[in-house]
Structure formats: C-alpha cells, structure tokens
Write a protein that binds this ligand. Structure first.
Ligand SMILES: Cc1cc2nc3c(=O)[nH]c(=O)nc-3n(C[C@H](O)[C@H](O)[C@H](O)COP(=O)(O)OP(=O)(O)OC[C@H]3O[C@@H](n4cnc5c(N)ncnc54)[C@H](O)[C@@H]3O)c2cc1C
Length: 447
C-alpha cells in the first residue's frame, strides 16, 4: 500500500458501474488512501455472466498491485501452448509456446473464470469498507458535468431519483454507458456505437459433462488454448477453474440480434442455432458443442465505438468499455479497463489541490487514449485475418501460420511477439511515473 493520498480524506469520488473497471478503480483508490468512494450499480448484485477470461501478464500485474491476486490464482490455469487449427480438418496451423511469457514479462499467461476475478475485486472492495460503498439496485440516469453530480434512481424509489454530489465522477458503465451518452450530447456529438456485425456464443462444459470423451478430457487437462478458424467464424477454447471447466467462446456473423434487436447485448441462445452455425467445423468441435446442455448457451452481440474526441469533461472521466469497447480477439478488454483505473488511482494520489482534478484527468486521457485505441484497432485486424473468406488469402495466411515456427509474424495478433511486447511488456504505472510531471505541467498551463 502506498502513502495516503493528500486528497484522500476529502475528495468525494463517485464511480458509475461495478463491473471490472469500476470495482478495480474503487479498490485502487482505497488502497491509495481515498476514503469517500461510492459505486453505483444498476444490477441487484455482481451477476457476472459466467465465462472464461484471459489473464494476460499486464492484467495479473494489476491484480497483484490491488492485493487480490491470491483469490484468482487458485482458479487460474497457466497457458503453456496455444494452437491455431483449421476449422474443417483440425490441422494444427501453428502451435505457439507460451512458456517464454513468464520469463519475458514477469508473469505467465493465464486463463481464469471471469467470476473469480469479479469476486476477488468485490471482496477487496468489501474489505475496504467504509472507504468504499457499493450501491446495488442503483441506476444512474443523468449527469450534471458543471456541478459534478449524478442523478441516481434506486430500485423502488418514488419519483425521478435523487442527486448525488461529488468532486469526481468516473463513468465505468460499460459499452452502453450513460455517462458517455450524456458527455457526447453535451458536446453536440453523436453516440456512435459501431456495428461489427459479429456475435459470440459463450459456453462452459464441466469435467463431468465431458467425462465420456477422452479427446476432450485431454483438452481439459492440458495447459493449452485451441483456436479453430474458418470463414467469418472461429471457436476458441481453454480450461479454466483449475481444469474443472472447459470454456468455449465463438465469433460468428450476428444473425440473431440483427433479426430481433434488443436493448441488451447478451441473451440466452438456441443450441440448435449454434450447432447449425458450426456444422461445417471438424468433428471435435461438433462434439464439444453438442455436449453443451440445452438452455446454457449465451450469446453476446459484439459492438465497438468510433474513437471518442475526448474522455473528459470537467471533473468527469470515462474508462473501460465506456470509452474504448473492443472486439475480444486480443483478450484485452478487461485488462485495458483495469489499467485505466490503475492510472487514474495513481494520478489522483499525486494531486494536492482539488482544483487540479481536471488537469489530472486530462493527463490520464493522454496516457491511455492512443494505447487503448491502437489495441482496439489491432483486435479488429486480428478478427479480419482469422475470418478470411477468399481462398487465396486464406492459403497465404495459413502459410504464414506455418512459418511462425521459423520466426515469422503471427496472423493471430494475440500470439504475435511484437504485439505481446507492446501489450504485456508495458507497465502502465511505470509509464505514468515517467510522463507525469511534464504532462501535468502542460495541462496546468492550459487551464
Ligand atoms: C465475448 C467476449 C469475450 C471477452 N473476453 C475477454 C478476455 O478474454 N479478456 C479481457 O480482458 N476481456 C475480455 N472481454 C472484454 C471484457 O469483458 C470487457 O472489456 C470488460 O468487462 C469491460 O469492463 P468495464 O468495467 O468497462 O465494463 P463492464 O464490465 O461491462 O461493467 C459495466 C458495469 O456498469 C453497470 N452499468 C451500466 N450502466 C449503468 C448505469 N446507468 N448506472 C449504474 N450502473 C450501470 C453495468 O451493469 C455493469 O456492471 C470479452 C468481451 C466479450 C464480449
């Protein structure tokens, strides 16, 4: 734990959303000595959709900084290898060793259950009571940027809700962010969610459900991830929860949300529709998908956002998916969201005058915006390479995969050494430490 922040006892901080970035930011701030942190969350409880999540070295580093790593470590599986396979034939196009990652970046590449991460963060927040209060059943309906206050409506509350006044508001409210919507509206700009026309099935198999299939059990017992690529679609799968659960995530053209638009971006999906989408994939993928119990298929609509002009207005800032939602192909959405929160916590701990909050937030934006937006673009590039439809382009890509063993670049950006250096070799706090003084002076001079 660092020295208490000078503004720690006085700065009233409100966070919208108790997702990955909201909880991590609250905890980071409490650990820096802030004592008045209130988090408002629409949902009645954590309610995280169960799914696997990649815990890349840069994400593990932040959990360790937050002091909640041990709870994740028991769930996490170290990845030693990652296969890319042809969807129809199951041919291994590239088999990439992941064991160098621990030596190169100080942490292995792991995969874990999303709820293990959420619980670890939430337990950390609970242990920081009374400095952090998480208000569930509390939807934020409006933001007053000039007076730094939020309109909050609790479930069952009569009327239009009540105003909560703060010194700083952080919009960690995800892809559908109300804080972003209100900020853009204030600036006369459109909230432009960008259609990716892609959706993702997310399913999990237990050891018991897989027990009749030796090949699949071998996948579950391995320390490997498996990606089957095909035209416009792919399936990625890996063991989580200490090898007791096999996590499967797919990407395919969005048919269902497009046919029946809903306000939510996740829904229970039809198993037979999923099987039909992957009917031309190899037998082992078919067997895996057939094992999923009826009623346990979840589908996510994948959306991104055109880069925003700014993430900051007054003493209000956006972070995580609210500011830079991404396709999942680099496995960095939550990692980048949590890095955002780490940088905000670090910056706020440096401030000595509440009048400098806006300048501090502007430095945060400068430190984070180009990096996260570059990664969003790389996730889209990765998706295009994985989902090629032109046979000639596919053949060239598959040859590139085969050449990875000879040191060639990996078309699957997640597994490419250069991209890994950029993503995992970067410590957002070291970066902030290096640039803080000059950037802060520049932002102060602009005020
Ligand atoms: C298929 C798929 C696979 C993925 N795999 C990975 C992976 O392997 N690794 C990785 O790092 N990332 C992954 N991600 C991305 C990751 O899940 C997100 O980037 C991450 O959850 C973003 O965190 P967040 O806190 O910004 O938003 P969220 O986690 O979405 O949290 C936002 C919170 O705000 C609340 N909220 C919203 N509106 C309001 C309101 N008006 N008032 C109060 N509360 C509100 C919501 O209820 C929610 O709890 C994946 C995403 C998808 C779709």
């Amino acid at each position: 734990m660092s020295d208490p922040a000078p503004l720690g006892p006085t700065l009233r901080i409100v966070i919208v959303g108790a997702g990955m970035s909201g909880l991590a930011t609250a905890l980071g701030l409490a650990r820096s000595g802030f004592t008045q942190i209130n988090v408002y969350e629409t949902a009645k409880d954590l309610g995280f959709v169960g799914a696997g999540i990649q815990v890349a070295p840069n994400l593990a580093r932040q959990f360790q900084r937050l002091g909640v790593w041990d709870d994740v470590a028991t769930d996490a599986v170290d990845l030693e290898e990652a296969d890319v396979r042809a969807c129809a034939t199951n041919e291994i196009l590239a088999s990439v060793k992941m064991t160098h990652i621990a030596d190169r970046y100080g942490q292995p590449h792991r995969v874990a259950h999303r709820s293990a991460l959420a619980k670890a963060l939430y337990n950390g927040c609970k242990a920081a009571t009374p400095n952090i209060t998480v208000h569930f059943n509390s939807a934020v309906l409006g933001v007053d940027f000039d007076e730094t206050k939020l309109l909050v409506k609790q479930r069952g509350e009569e009327g239009d809700g009540h105003w909560v006044v703060a010194d700083l508001i952080l919009g960690a409210d995800g892809i559908k962010s109300i804080v972003r919507k209100r900020m853009l509206a204030k600036h006369g700009e459109e909230d432009r969610a960008q259609e990716t026309s892609q959706a993702s099935y997310r399913v999990m198999l237990t050891r018991e459900q897989m027990s009749s299939d030796r090949d699949l059990l071998a996948f579950l017992d391995s320390n490997a991830s498996f990606r089957w690529i095909g035209p416009r679609r792919h399936v990625i799968a890996y063991p989580i929860s200490n090898h007791t659960i096999f996590n499967i995530s797919t990407t395919q053209p969005d048919i269902n949300f497009a046919a029946a638009p809903t306000a939510t971006y996740t829904t229970r999906a039809d198993k037979s529709a999923m099987l039909a989408v992957y009917a031309d994939f190899c037998d082992v993928v078919q067997r895996m998908l057939r094992m999923v119990p009826e009623g346990e298929v979840c589908e996510w609509k994948l959306l991104v956002q055109n880069p925003l002009r700014t993430w900051v207005d007054g003493n209000v800032a956006l972070l995580g998916d609210a500011s830079h939602p991404t396709l999942p192909h680099l496995g960095q959405g939550a990692a980048q969201a949590i890095e955002d929160g780490a940088v905000i916590s670090w910056i706020l701990s440096k401030l000595t005058d509440p009048a400098d909050v806006n300048a501090g937030l502007c430095v945060y934006e400068r430190l984070r915006k180009s990096r996260t937006e570059f990664l969003v673009s790389q996730a889209a590039v990765a998706g295009r390479a994985l989902h090629l439809t032109d046979p000639e382009a596919q053949a060239a890509r598959d040859e590139a995969f085969r050449q990875v063993a000879n040191g060639g670049p990996n078309p699957d950006k997640w597994l490419d050494r250069e991209v890994q250096d950029f993503v995992y070799g970067f410590d957002c706090i070291n970066d902030a430490e290096k640039k803080w003084e000059a950037m802060f002076a520049e932002e102060k001079a602009k005020q």
